[in-house]
Design a protein around this ligand. Sequence first.
Ligand code: PLP
Length: 372
Amino acid sequence: MYQKGRAWIELNRGHLMDNIRQFRMLLPADCALMPAVKANAYGHGAPLIAGALQEQGVHSFCVASVAEGIELRQAGIWGEILVLGYTHPGQFSDLAYYSLTQTVVDLEYARKMQEDGHRFTVHIGIDTGMHRLGERWDNLEGILEIFRFPNLKVTGIYSHLCASDGITQWERTYTLEQIRHFESVVEELHRKGIFGFKCHLQGSYGILNYSELCFDYARAGIALYGILSGKGDKVDAPLQLHPVLSLKARVETVKTLYRGEGAGYGLAYRTGENRKIGALSIGYADGIPRSLSNCGYVLCHGRKAPVIGRICMDQMLVDLTDVPQVRAGDEAILIGRSGDLEIRAEDLASWAGTISNEILSRLGSRLERVME
Ligand SMILES: *Cc1c(COP(=O)(O)O)cnc(C)c1O
């Protein structure tokens, strides 16, 4: 099937490979990458991304849900798959059947898993200060109890940093405190004679801003895809990461909008002079935020084409006045390069008032995904 007919994502394999290479150079030699491929690999397409990573010797992944884990198994991913989120007891048998590693979200949850009857492989979530998932770091008795449940095979413990992206004093201090809490749990477990479990703490910003840390896994997400969460974010590690994803659609029509006319729903765009406008075959159902109405631009033949009017479910309008050579059927680039210009996911995110993680993870299921 032709995959570039309407709206599609192009994945740059070379960029992904180079990003992995740089992360491996930055991380300590015995720290393995455990990429976050949740939310369809941040919209990129989980089977394609995980498959390409597996070919490069990556054999640990994290996902948000059982369904995401099953999708990877069915795509031939055979390594360790850690479910980061809560799994309802009704789905416990799938954990066992598909050999997924489940996060123990707290002590009470561990009891439920123990009582289920299946044998499970788990990583214990430790709450070191984010107060989302995990058993509290200072409840060592509770953590030890989880290790003793006969139906739970604990192969790892991990925590999550909630301010590692910040470079202010309080954010640094808080992060260092979380790191200390996590390390103290590890030390206490060792002191009690418990060994043989893996430890991990860092996501992308934890890796980039605290690269001196030395754990067994690094759960790289957004940065592995070559971008940062916010436009203008500063990080310590001097990596040159390359965006993996480009987002493109077709110019469906090219027409003149005459002086005084309006365009789109509610005629939210109006022109005081003749403009050349076009409709693009992509809309909010594909993940283009509706808040980009009359805001930002796309690229076409290396030129900027401003977004005009309200974003529709399946389409959007742009001003093509400055793109003399455009014809119906041409490509429009919403994320990516065209000529000397580039729109990054961080740009789209800043126009929409959000972070690139949200933009990417909401890219829709209707988009074709092609790795080149
Ligand atoms: C999503 C997630 C990650 C990856 O985060 P990035 O900031 O995208 O690298 C790591 N750990 C946990 C627990 C997560 O939920």
